[in-house]
Design a protein around this ligand. Sequence first.
Ligand code: SAM
Length: 350
Amino acid sequence: MAAVSPILSPSINPHAIDSPARLTDSHGRVIHDLRVSITDNCNYKCVYCRTGEVGAQFPELQIEEYLRLIRLFVSLGITKVRLTGGEPLLRRGLVEMVEELARLRTLAGQPLDLAITTNGHLLESLAAPLKAAGLHRATVSMDAVDAPTFERITRVPGSFNKVLRGIRAARAAGLTPLKVNCVLLRGFNDDQIEAFAHFARRENVVVRFIEFMPLEEGRLWTPEIVVPLAEIVARIGRVLPLVELPPREAGETARRYGFADGQGEIGIIAPVTQAFCGACSRLRLTSDGKIRTCLFSQVEHDLYGRLRAGEADAELRAYILRTVQGKEARHHIGEPGFLKPSRSMVHIGG
Ligand code: SAM
């Protein structure tokens, strides 16, 4: 995108606002979690996510522009920022961006909770610099624990060992608790469930299984392809007994389970069979600066367009507050008339 330095105000102080308004939607949910896609590019073509025929579809903003927008959200009560994509480690200027984010303070004067979701391909060399820059935690996506299956999914030769080294580097750098997310599809990688439970213990990571949602570029999703939470718990429980753990925080997306011998933890994110919309505290900002109030939103809200048009911070804040009012009560996966959103997961920012 074109240079925009005149419209940037990187010195904006989140505390210096006239009347601190908090992001609360019309269903009474407090929004404190922002996911920001910082590139629409991805170096993997995971077969359940992408057709393999299209690349990036949406532009990127300059890092300073993301920072300006994020500061506005923080001034409205956002306390947690997760960087995602596309693949965020591909983004030039990422480490410097994290340094800037680490300087921000929440309305309560605390540092932001800073996390990243990555495929881990470039994490081996970036984990330590990101930690030094102020990143707290990483979630690495990994859909199989054996190299041939993994590489069939990513369509990138050598990817399994790259990601494994990335996971180990992230753990060594202290990007913890380190989570490994696995999207399960029946007949495709559900044979990996038990092996993932052993992997969680061996690698000292929290493995989280995610139910597949209708957010792929192609048309793969059916209710039958979803591997439901109950089945995952039952299957792991047969080889390694589990105990359910209490949520760490309200609105936590994953149901947590510990291994009965006290060594290790898994989580299950079940948006399809056990939707958690009622506790949703999230907003998303796409790589081209649009607000999405739900993964399944049918409309996007062009915050960046307003910034480009020269709107002042107060106007942009008012726009964000209004937009949040329209946050959807819930998604409608699996219901008659369900419509897929115009963007798939990789272009929204997962
Ligand atoms: N490239 C980064 C990564 O791989 O983590 C960030 C973007 S990726 C779209 C974020 C997460 O969304 C990944 O864990 C991916 O497996 C997950 N994902 C993609 N499509 C999905 C779908 N249809 N349902 C559930 N999760 C999905």
